[in-house]
Ligand binder design. Structure first.
Ligand code: UD1
Length: 427
């Protein structure tokens, strides 16, 4: 297994190209199940999870072709063609490795009238149930059965009749599944208190390009008028706002200045507001965002929340940055119950962080020192890299397969702006 070795202390300076968004790509890919015609996705990030989802689609009989396989290419183009669906089952072995597989439930049900998906089970950042995915589909007229670890969803003869669902909790994944199921319904489907993350807007935009009728895009009330059939489309995946936010924290903790080429300022507004409150300058233009750290960092109180609130996916990275702020910061995690696993590792690097339930209290500024640390989940891993960039001496980050799931060519991008980071085989 590979590990990353980072020697901290270099001030980051230069330009980092921002990739296509992983979390958007993982809901755009299953849209190909909704039509017999080809769907072409451009700007797909080169990540393990995307390859995993491609295998899952192949398992259903969907053909996939990829362009942009040269190692020097950032972003790839994938054409998916679901002319004939040969299997409606997502098996345990594939779902176990990739939680996002649950996102085939809605579109498969809509296209074929049935879908069987292994239950994803818990994961490192909490229980992560799928009850809301199932309740929304039931509200649209699906019948749900749970047997032997699998969810089986069935539509009445002729398709889903439609209906209404009011989410008791905002759920990104459940909103995505419900929208993908609704676009081919016989009637109208309405969703209240739906998630309105930029990735959901991206999903709706692709579906509209395929012929779907969706009202309220970008709001929490969505009305979807089902259509008989959808057609193919070519679509460019949105830039990754979490990748951009992560590199913004990396630049800031080193006192550097980095341009995030291709980042969308509107989508990452909650992160930019947090950075500005910490005392980091952020400049936005049409083609990207520039982050400049000047002077001392200030402590802040931050709370994660559904969009447009602060993304839970930015909590760990901002926590690393706040270890260098002059004073006490308070970070509250409201989305997931077990998302502070980076705290003990950051403490091993010299951070002063106490947790109490879903609240973390960060006392800064700490003199961080390099250490051997273990990555536990995707964003936690990134927080360790950020701390390592500002630490004295060498940090070794193990279990970096988490990072490879979400950050395209991480060490290369950081090297571009002057970081001392290398990937070596573990011993
Ligand atoms: C969440 C994040 C998303 C992030 C992703 C990966 C939010 C609102 N969502 O999306 O930004 O990219 O994690 O880290 O910040 N829940 C249920 N039942 C369900 C589904 C969810 O109770 O059926 C609960 C979850 O336990 C959680 C909350 O709803 O407390 C939000 O979960 P959800 O948005 O579905 O998570 P993801 O889609 O995985």
């Amino acid at each position: 297994m590979d590990k990353l070795i980072i020697r901290g202390g270099n001030r980051l300076s230069g330009t980092i190209p921002i990739s296509g968004a992983k979390n958007a790509a993982l809901t755009l890919i299953p849209c190909a199940l909704l039509t017999e015609e080809p769907v072409t996705l451009r700007n797909l990030p080169r990540l393990a999870d995307i390859d995993g989802f491609q295998h899952l689609m192949n398992q259903f009989g969907v053909t996939t072709a990829i362009q942009g396989t040269r190692p020097e290419d950032f972003g790839r183009v994938m054409t998916l063609e679901a002319t004939r669906i040969t299997s409606t089952v997502a098996p345990y072995d594939l779902v176990r490795k990739m939680r996002a597989s649950i996102l085939v439930l809605g579109p498969m049900l809509a296209r074929t009238g049935e879908a069987t998906v292994s239950m994803p089970g818990g994961c490192a950042i909490g229980n992560r149930p799928i009850d809301l995915h199932l309740k929304a589909l039931e509200a649209f007229g699906a019948e749900i059965e749970l047997t032997q670890g699998y969810v089986k969803a069935m539509a009445p003869e002729g398709g889903l009749p439609g209906g209404e669902f009011d989410f008791p909790v905002v759920s990104v994944g459940a909103t995505e599944n419900a929208v993908m199921a609704a676009v081919l319904a016989n009637g109208t489907c309405r969703l209240f208190n739906a998630a309105r993350e930029p990735e959901i807007v991206d999903l709706c935009n692709l579906l509209v390009a395929m012929g779907a009728e969706i009202e309220g895009i970008g709001t929490s009330d969505l009305t979807i008028h089902g259509v008989k059939r959808l057609h193919g489309a070519t679509y460019r995946v949105m830039p990754d706002r979490i990748e951009a936010g992560s590199y913004a924290c990396a630049a800031a903790i080193t006192g550097g200045e980095v341009r995030l080429e291709g980042a969308n300022a509107h989508d990452m507004a909650s992160t930019t507001h947090a950075l500005q409150a910490i005392g980091v300058e952020v400049e936005e233009d049409k083609k990207g965002v520039t982050v400049r750290a000047k002077g001392a960092l200030k402590p802040v109180n931050l709370t994660t929340a559904p969009f447009p609130g602060l993304a839970t996916d930015m909590q760990a990275q901002l926590m690393s940055l706040l270890t260098k702020a002059e004073g006490t910061s308070v970070l509250k995690e409201t989305i997931f119950e077990n998302r502070f696993m980076h705290v003990p590792e950051l403490a091993r690097m010299g951070a002063d962080i106490a947790t109490e339930g879903r609240t973390a209290i960060v006392k800064g500024p700490s003199d961080l020192t390099g250490a051997e640390v273990m990555a536990t989940d995707l964003r936690a891993s990134m927080s360790l890299i950020i701390a390592a960039l500002a630490a004295e001496g060498e940090t070794q980050v193990r279990r970096i397969y988490h990072l490879d799931r979400g950050y395209e060519r991480l060490e290369e991008k950081l090297q571009l702006v002057g970081a001392d980071i290398e990937r070596v085989g573990d011993d």
